[in-house]
Every structure is written in structure tokens, then in C-alpha cells.
Design a protein. Structure first.
Length: 218
């Protein structure tokens, strides 16, 4: 997704658009947020996104506004361009990553390894270049797949953590070992015809598997 600079000068806007291959039938049409402190760069990026068959749902410049706009619009992907200030672009990235359940892609108009490094620390999934507009769609597709895999992995870790917590609760309350706690969960899952993770959540939340606390003796 990175690129090497070309020997020739920058292409005109019309040449950029001519290089863009439209979506094929059946491809996803995405809701895209674009952000940059430079209005002229927003004006360049927006028609490229539209030419790919996507919808530009917001064009943001101000750091103060981008977080609330992202939370409200819920874009499928966000493109953040590096304008005059790398600090401004990094602030935009911070706000979007904090609010959005979507991947953020850094858009570079010239190679900038230092910016890419800092952007990656803030949650950017990839960077693309003006020199590679014909490859934007394939880059976006790859990023969306990686983002989905990342969240699937997060979900798997979360489910495992919940199961481990439920086992710990059962071990303490029933004075059994880890194997016994897991067997208790699995047996009740079969009996109740429920997913084991759903039962683990119920245990953590106070499921009826847990014995009542002993009554205090008067």
C-alpha cells in the first residue's frame, strides 16, 4: 500500500479520476469519511472516492468536530490526509479511532516514513498514496478484511476471558477444580441448549448455577 515517488510531476485531477477503476457489480458500496486540514485536498479526494462507487458522508477539517461527526455518521472507512501539519493529521486520527468502529487509512501526498510510524501507533491500519489511485480500491478491500479479522480476534480473546472468569467463579463457589468447573459449564450448556459463552456470561452476571449465600445464624 506504500509507494515510491514517480519521476514525473503530480497528475492533474482529471488524470487521477481517469486512473480510477469503478467498482464491479456486487462489490460493497462504502460510506466514507474523509478528513484533512486542507480543503483543496478534500476537494481532490472526494471525487476519487465517488468514482470508486462509494459515498462521501462527511468532509472534516477541524479536530474539534471530527469525533462527534464520526460517532454520528458511523462510516465504513475513514481516509485521513496529511496536510500542512502532521500534528493536525495525527489529532484527526486519534479522534476518529477513539469514536469509530471502522478502519482508518492514512492518505499521503508524498512519502513520509516518520508520519506513517506515528500514525500506526494511533491505530491507522494502512497508508495509501496519491500516486496509486488506481490501487485505492484493492487497498481498501485489504484493510477492511484485516479490520474484520482483528475484531474477530478481539472477540475470540473476549469470549475466552469470559469463560475463564466464569470457571473461576464456579471453582470458588463450588470448591471444585478447573476441569470440574468447565464440565459444569459444558453440561449445563447441553441441558439448557445454550451456547457455552452465553452460559458463561450468565454465570458472571449471577446465574442460578451459583448456590445462594448461607444464611447468617441468629
Amino acid at each position: 500500500m506504500s509507494s515510491t515517488p514517480r519521476d514525473s510531476g503530480k497528475e492533474s485531477d482529471s488524470e487521477h479520476l481517469a486512473a480510477v477503476a469503478p467498482l464491479t457489480d456486487g462489490a460493497d458500496h462504502l460510506r466514507v469519511l474523509i478528513a484533512n486540514e486542507r480543503k483543496d485536498r478534500l476537494a481532490l479526494v472526494a471525487p476519487i472516492v465517488v468514482a470508486l462507487g462509494h459515498e462521501v458522508i462527511a468532509r472534516e477539517i477541524d479536530v474539534e468536530d471530527v469525533g462527534s461527526v464520526t460517532a454520528r455518521e458511523r462510516p465504513d472507512v475513514a481516509l485521513v490526509g496529511l496536510g500542512a501539519s502532521s500534528g493536525h493529521a495525527l489529532e484527526l486520527i486519534d479522534k476518529i479511532v477513539r469514536e469509530a468502529a471502522c478502519p482508518v487509512i492514512a492518505l499521503l501526498h508524498a512519502p513520509d516514513p516518520a508520519f506513517v510510524k506515528e500514525a500506526s501507533k494511533r491505530g491507522v491500519f494502512a497508508h495509501i498514496s496519491d500516486d496509486d489511485v488506481e490501487d485505492w480500491q484493492s487497498s481498501i478491500d485489504i484493510v477492511l478484511r484485516r479490520f474484520a479479522e482483528y475484531h474477530d480476534l478481539q472477540g475470540a480473546f473476549g469470549r475466552r476471558a469470559l469463560t475463564e472468569r466464569a470457571k473461576g467463579i464456579l471453582m470458588e463457589r463450588h470448591s471444585i477444580d478447573e476441569v470440574g468447573a468447565f464440565e459444569m459449564l459444558r453440561e449445563r450448556s447441553r441441558t439448557d441448549n445454550r451456547k457455552l459463552i452465553d452460559l458463561a456470561v450468565a454465570v458472571v452476571d449471577g446465574h442460578r448455577l451459583l448456590p445462594k449465600a448461607p444464611q447468617a445464624t441468629p
